[in-house]
Design a protein around this ligand. Sequence first.
Ligand code: TXA
Ligand code: MG
Length: 350
Amino acid sequence: MNTKILKVDLNNIDMDSLKEAGQLISEGELVAFPTETVYGLGGDALDAKAAEKIYKAKGRPSDNPLIVHISKFEELEMISKDLPIEARKLADRFWPGPLTMIVNKNDKVPYETTGGMDTVAVRMPNHPIALELIRQSGCLIAAPSANTSGRPSPTEAKHVVGDLDGKIAMVLDGGEVGIGIESTIVDLTEDEILVLRPGYITPQMLSEVIGKEVKIDPGIIAQDDTTKPKAPGMKYKHYAPKASLVLVEGEQDNVVSKINELVQEQHKQDKRVAVIATDETRNKYKADVILNIGSRNDEDSIARHLYKILRECDELEIDSIFSESFQTPRIGNAIMNRLLKAAGHQVIQA
Ligand code: TXA
Ligand code: MG
């Protein structure tokens, strides 16, 4: 299949391109598109065959459900049942935005889209291209992240093309995304409201709106197999760079000395080493490659560059990577959740 790549200017959206993309979705084809979190791989959410195509293009296990993207609240009502009051409250506050809600599905949603589950994940993305694509297609759009299963989520169209060229009908290139990590997932189907995947919107922000405590799913904090995560996707082995990745935690100065020590040890064994550093520390390391992830004064910049840096690690000829830790004040949990998985939980205290 020839994948058509169309550049779209966010500030001046070309409607002909969006109509063409929407038409493809309505015909059961797949189109990758930007959202504010990461690029999504979209297909008609209510068409079982389109959902199957998505799993195939990504190489994704078909028991890992997709997120349904909508452009207005009524579309959530249209595909759910027993919608709790919290859904309306959270939508009023956070939609369009990086929050996915799990609710009970009704018969309109095929089991192919929900990986066999009776619940469905729904999100209204805060991105003009994504919203216009949903409207133009006349469909609700099922969209997982637009990467090959097991690779980091794409934050630029070129990442999507690298993974899916020739496998999907179209890529809408709307430039780099703004947030860079996937949406927060909150489960509203149980008495206890749980965050199944941490993201830009924190449990505290959710608690404030619904007036009761929101916890993080114990299954995603556990490092052993005793407690399974509730979101099927969180149990899969995630992306790990080809080179070994080790995180170093502690006070900044101690981390810098520790990493430099570790680099030296590797150099004695003739290894090539990369360090993931920040604006504040990048000049303090002596390694073969320094990857600057962003600034500690701007934690959003760290989230935004995370996946791009992890992809770069594979393009470099290196043997080991040492990274600082990013337990930043607000979205540190979300950043570290991804980074710890990439490192296979290898952490050294400085
Ligand atoms: O930011 C995002 O959420 C991006 C953009 C494209 O919107 N999408 C995304 O989709 O990250 P994906 O498929 O890569 O991740 C969806 C996650 C998976 O971990 C999946 O298991 C979980 O959501 N999920 C989907 N439906 C669910 C359900 N009914 N119950 C529990 N978890 C569900
Ligand atoms: Mg994904």
